[in-house]
Design a protein around this ligand. Structure first.
Ligand code: GRF
Length: 235
């Protein structure tokens, strides 16, 4: 078996940088980390486009400053709500045009339909502010404190039709201190995300983590590390 047997077909054929599309809804600090890493020569990727479902997302400005194409598919238009089906139709057309190898949901706050996820031509990954499979959904920091957890962190997982339930690829962990507040945890977890995301994308771009775990043979899987890979970061 060669190293190439462990790579998925698109990695064997690809010659240029990994093409990435990023879906955002807000500040875009995770998008910025990717942009900065590319500009520093630390990541062999190209952000081929950004889709925002909010026209007031600061992520749009970040993308424009880096000369990345942006599609704003606002969830409201003149006070009228854009349904998820309409959003997905526009988003699909945009993604077909950009041809990404990987789609990253980085602070993207709309729930996508099973049809959109299952028909995606590229693997989708999501950044989640908790140690999945624990604490799926929203308000993770508050719920972690209320439960008296000793550990918290963030996860990057493959997006599947079931919310926050796909294969977890990587996690970063921190200790929860008795005096921590939800706000403090949020700040700490966000700064961990800024390390976890470029590290994970680098592993995907290099073929160390598979872009499509389903396409790896059982034999090849036995040569791969057990997922998720974990980083423990001191707070
Ligand atoms: C992140 O904390 C992520 O965990 C959550 O949304 C936040 C996005 O932050 N889903 P940013 O827009 O990348 O700054």
């Amino acid at each position: 078996m060669s190293v190439d047997d462990l790579k998925q077909p698109s990695q064997q054929q690809r010659t240029g940088p990994l093409r990435i599309a990023v879906l955002v809804s807000g500040n875009g600090s995770n998008l910025q980390v990717l942009i900065d890493a590319i500009q520093a020569g630390a990541l062999p990727i190209e952000v081929v486009g950004v889709i925002s479902n909010r026209d007031d997302a600061y992520a749009i400005t970040r993308a424009q400053q880096a000369h990345i194409p942006v599609a704003v598919l606002s969830h409201t238009d003149s006070g009228k709500r854009m349904g998820i089906k309409t959003f997905e139709t526009h988003a699909s057309a945009q993604l077909v045009a950009w041809q990404p190898d990987l789609i990253i949901l980085a602070g993207f706050m709309r729930v996508l339909s099973a049809a959109f996820i299952n028909n995606s031509t590229a693997t989708m990954i999501n950044l989640h502010p908790a140690l999945l499979p624990a604490y799926k959904g929203l308000n993770t920091h508050q719920r972690v404190i209320q439960a008296g957890e000793r550990y918290h962190g963030c996860s990057i997982h493959v997006v599947t039709a079931e919310l926050d339930a796909g294969q977890v690829l990587t996690q970063a962990l921190l200790n929860v201190n008795p005096k921590d507040t939800a706000d403090r945890l949020q700040t700490q977890v966000q700064s961990m995300e800024h390390q976890l995301l470029p590290w994970t994308v680098l592993l995907l771009a290099k073929g160390i983590l598979p872009l499509n775990t389903n396409k790896i043979s059982a034999e090849a899987k036995s040569y791969l590390p057990t997922l998720p890979l974990r980083l423990f970061l001191e707070s």
